[in-house]
Structure formats: C-alpha cells, structure tokens
Write a protein that binds this ligand. Sequence first.
Ligand code: FMN
Length: 166
Amino acid sequence: MADQRHAVDPTIFRSALARFPSGVTIVTTRSAAGTCHGFTASSFAALSLDPPLVLVCLDRRADCFPVFMAAEQFVVNIATPAHAELAVRFATKGADKFAYETFESDEHGHPVLPEAAAVIHCSWEQAVPGGDHVILIGRVHDARTGSGKPVAWYQGGFLHLGDGAA
Ligand SMILES: Cc1cc2nc3c(=O)[nH]c(=O)nc-3n(C[C@H](O)[C@H](O)[C@H](O)COP(=O)(O)O)c2cc1C
C-alpha cells in the first residue's frame, strides 16, 4: 500500500504539474506482427549525450504499453502546431490513430511524421519502473530536424511559441 504520511492532494499535484510547460511528442513503434502503435507524450526528455539517451514515461494502463515493452525500437516525433489535432487523436484510447495521416516509414518500418520539428530514432535500451508509469529509455541511433517550430503543452492546452523562439 502507498505511504500516505506525506501524500499530496492529487488535484493540487496535477495543477502544479500543469504549470510546467513541455513539448509534445508522438511516440511510435511497430509490433512484431507489423501493426503500428503510438501515443502522445509530453514526458519526453533528454537523458544523456554520451551515450545518446532519451526517455519517455509511459502509463502502464496504456493499450500500447505491452507493445512498447516488447519493442526493439521506437521513434519520437516532436510535434508542431500543425500536429495538434493528431496529438489529440494519439491521446485518445481506441482511436484509429494511423487512419488519415500519411506517416512515412523509417528503414525499420516504424512510423515517422514527415513534417515533425524533429524525429529521433531510438533502440530500446531499458525500462525503469516509476509508479504507475514506466520510464522507457531509448538509445538514439539516428535523428533529423525539420523546419517547423515545436508546439508546447501548458495547462491542458497547446501553446504556440512566439516569433522570438528559434
Ligand atoms: C499533451 C498530452 C501529453 C501526454 N503525455 C503522456 C505521457 O507522457 N505519457 C503517457 O503515458 N501518456 C501521456 N498522455 C496520454 C496518452 O497519450 C493517452 O493516454 C494514450 O491514449 C495512451 O495510449 P493508448 O491509446 O494506447 O492507451 C498525454 C496526453 C496528452 C494530450
């Protein structure tokens, strides 16, 4: 049972977390059976430069959880404002996530967003338990940048970066 001695009020905790602006990523992979899977994630972060590692936290309750735990590789697509609707779809359980968009495939068949602000190709390195999430650590074996600016996520909504942001 969880230690309740210093338990934060869940509403205040969520509200505090919402004060932290983050980027928006669409993380994708392909199962051994060849089906495409993905979810929207704001928990993406850089972890290490040498070796090149990144992380993303995945909810254990996600439908795609078993697929990502078994995946050998995954792709982090950094979303732009043009991907806001797509990011909502990839955050919707049961949605036909790959129905409309023309994702490209990388050389290993993983779905890649052609107009992403950046695309980071990872090999599955490690999964570290973190409460109701698991921290997926990926070793980056390829990356490319696009010309579009990334979109941010703040207080439950998309935030377009101003002209000053590079
Ligand atoms: C902006 C945004 C960021 C999100 N970030 C995360 C995240 O970092 N980790 C996570 O597990 N779910 C995150 N979610 C929720 C998942 O995208 C959503 O629960 C998704 O449907 C889970 O995949 P499933 O459809 O396979 O269950 C986020 C949702 C939104 C709208």
